[in-house]
Design a protein around this ligand. Sequence first.
Ligand code: G4P
Length: 535
Amino acid sequence: MSDMNAMLQENVKKRRTFAIISHPDAGKTTLTEKLLLYGGAIREAGSVKSRRAAKHAVSDWMEIEKQRGISVTSSVLQFEYNGYCVNILDTPGHQDFSEDTYRTLMAADSAVMVVDSNKGVEDQTKKLFKVCKMRGIPIFTFINKLDREGRDPFELLEDIEKNLGIHSVPINWPIGSGKDFKGVYNRQTKMIELFGESSHGKAVGTSVTGDLDNPEIAALLGNALHKKLSEDLELLDIAGDEYDLEKILTGQLTPVFFGSALTNFGVRPFLETYLEVSPPPAARSSNLGPVDPVSDNFSGFIFKIQANMNPNHRDRIAFLRICSGKFEKGMTVNHVQKNKKVTLSQPQQFLAQDRVIVEDAYPGDIIGIHDPGIFNIGDTLCQDKSQLKYDGIPMFAPEHFAKIYTKNALKRKQFVKGISQLSEEGSIQVFRRPNVGVEELIIGVVGVLQFEVLEYRLLNEYGVEVQRQPLPYRYIRWIKTDGPFDKKAFSLPMDTLIVEDEYEHPVILMQNEWTIQQVLDRNKSARLEEIAERE
Ligand code: G4P
């Protein structure tokens, strides 16, 4: 192997690229911050959180812009720990939950699912989990807020299995809960770790470790907790799933960790086991078959496009996930879909809280590249002339729909241009009723904030004022039939609407989830799909 390849292999091996999925308020920001703290990327916990507090004050577009600024810099966070190079991909939640949140999961090699110990699996977690499951990536579970009285740990495992349909294997087990949350028992090393001081979670915490029979540990625990732990462990051994690495790596079994991100309890044991077990960047599938990350050919795909914060400049940042080869600043690559050469001169990387110009980067890394409007979501860039195309990024189901009209018929051209640019960036999906012109478009979005962004940007960047009429639909499915779709032969339940997507594929909009089954019952030969291929 050449020196170059050996170095590349070394860099691939130490990379871990993951996204944190959770429902708002489960503790994603807090856990991210604590991982950065343990990784030495920030000195004191508190800084990331205070920025999130600012995020809550969103009221007008300038605020949205500021918020996007925050999310650009915190979109990808990189730090080193124990010889690993860790990339955490931010999955926007709260008001900025959008299709980007799903798309980010396409760039991750594994996911960390944060669950609130009091609430169990919640709605947004379920949605994000589905995408991880579809990709077959490993999912690690961190059950958070053990410093508060929450549900019984056994009950939480059952909740995960019932709500998500995935088996779980606790790697560590909590000792006590609420005020009495003292530590965790590691079922692999059979060691107890009792947590100590962490300056209320601001600093890396201290801990003592020892086995169950260690008299010092037993004394620190007290009789009641010691007995409860022994009983729990016995029950787990009888009733729980067995550790199976193969199943973990294919996303069929989730390793579970218990802790408290706020007080740092359980953060380090989680991080260390996660890094050991989780996979480095693997071969990605493409039109030319799987592409090995250790390759002479630098390549990657674009999974997210973010508009510039400054409305006077239309340029954007495209987020590229590197899949193979070494990236070097200033390199010229092929933009396969456009059949064009592009020089990547000002690539940015996101280190902890700062954006820096990146000199080189490796598979698993994410870089932000300047986009003068030439990139689309799913585009492949590669160094050689192979015409390599990575599998596309699908369109995910929008959950909110509205009719959009221009107020001024003379602005129709700008209206169409603006809509098509926003759709390219992937912030909206555009649907049409067959035989109805562009003056009446149906826009679908994953998060309602995207409607405000759409209106603001059409007005400010294209000078187009629009009117929005919300539609009552919440569910969308792409209709698949064996032959060409025949609308007349299709039996539609009440309160549904058939429209076409940007590629003129038929989709059905529905108000209730149960209508989906009704449509299937009435149209036996049709299939309904929740995500669709981009073309
Ligand atoms: P998110 O990014 O998933 O939305 O959640 P975030 O980390 O912002 O946490 C949501 C709230 O839960 C915050 O409280 C945070 O302090 C709290 N939290 C996070 N982890 C833990 C934990 O392990 N234990 C406990 N008890 N609380 C936790 P907040 O009141 O909204 O904000 P703040 O005033 O505390 O900053």
